[in-house]
Design a protein. Sequence first.
Lengths: 41, 491
Amino acid sequence: MIVFPVWFLQILVIGALVLCSAGVAALIVFLSSDSKNNRIW
Amino acid sequence: MMFDFPIASAPVLSQQWGYILLILFSVLWISLGIWWGRRAKSYDGFAVAGRNVGLALGTATAVATWITSNTTMLAPQFALQLGVWGALAYATASFGLFAFAPMSGRIRRLMPNGYTAVEFVRRRYGLLGTIPFLVISLFYAITWLISMSMAGGKLLYVLSGIPYEVGMTVVVLVCVLYTLFGGMYAVIGTDFIQSLIILVGLVVVAVAVLTQIDIADVHEKLAADRPMLLSVLFPAALMSLFNNMLFGFGEIFHSNVWWSRAFAMREGVGPKAYALGGMLWLPVPIVAGFLGLAAPALGIGVSQPDTVGPMVAATLLGWGGALLVFIVVFCSLASSIDSLLAATADLIVNDIVEPVLSKRTSDETKRRLSAYSIIGLGLLAWSIALPNVGTLATVLFFAGPMVGSCIWPIVGGLYSRRPSPTAAALAMILGSVAGLIAYFTIGWFVSSLVGAAVSGLVFGIMTWLSCEAFDFDTLAGPPKQTSATEVGGVS
């Protein structure tokens, strides 16, 4: 049986965690940028 | 993303703390709803947040709405039962957000004063296309609303022991109240806070797991005890992959939850917000799924697979983990229920009441009708969810082939002048029927696939046979009179 290698699982999990963290940072940066330009809504 | 399974397990948080959190967050959401509701003076403000939502709130609302309680609870179960492919299959639901990104820009340009997806179908395909599309839209929205209400009661019971009736009632009531006060402003505003809480909560729990166990140890344990979960060729998981993806495409392309956001975002924001929303949503089922994969390696016995995520968090982080999971789940529930209430109320007002009245309804009347619709939808969901009939949850799986059959009529109608009303109507009806037959004769894992395939085939043949030359300019509808309250709606 062909199984996913350990490095694939590592990339998947660490990559997903980095993306989630980057997402939180991106949302805060976007909010700050929208807020500066008075364009939140 | 919409799935539902029965849930039952021992609470991971005390009932007292469950009530404290429930009260705290209920007060927070309702207060924010009232605060943001001050902006919702006109109907445009209430229904589409003044059509001026920026990138931050636009991106967050796409993420939060697509993260339902099932995304955080069911993705670990998918991984525990279907392995790495299970988490990846769940993550493919983000492709719907990527695909909708360019569509949202076109929708906003073609219908600058639009409110609903059904309005597009009515102008594009007339009554013939509207009837099946409205039936599918309402069926999907109402079953999803009932399913989320039931999930709210069940999850709060599982997590804290709060009785089902109490938890379900509070979740529905809170969402109805803040949507009623703040309309789309409240829905999108709370989505921003909810998306931050969900993403941070998931990262904290996953990092806590990684401090206790290495990914290589998880891999080693799975390879020794449950090698199928690591298999590259796991048939059951592979079969569900394309079905889930098409279900996701169908859900997003047809649902007014997503169209109303496209109308609410400022010109040019929609494509970026939906693409970024997809990027931010993509890792959520993978992080949540990792909790499921880690459970066997951590020696956590799981009697109920659907509670594996909370069990892992509570075991590793104790009281704090259980608290965090409760908050994440409550946010996931609220972010979906409020969106459904607002978007379905728009359907009722703009696509049922206004056409039946056969006259242009004033903004004030539409605002009042929206409020009645939100209360009515909340009452409907509450009364059907109250008896907690487990089999009701399975009804929403019927929506899979039905929404799958809407993909081609929506995409074709949005980008090509050729498709006719007959092609759209037949594609939706025959696709739904074929998909439902596949659901009962083969299984859920092929129903959306069959629905979308048959619908595509019918739509293609009918478009080839009866070609039209639709004028896209007619989608804009009659010019709208702008009231004083709608001018200069920036924050």
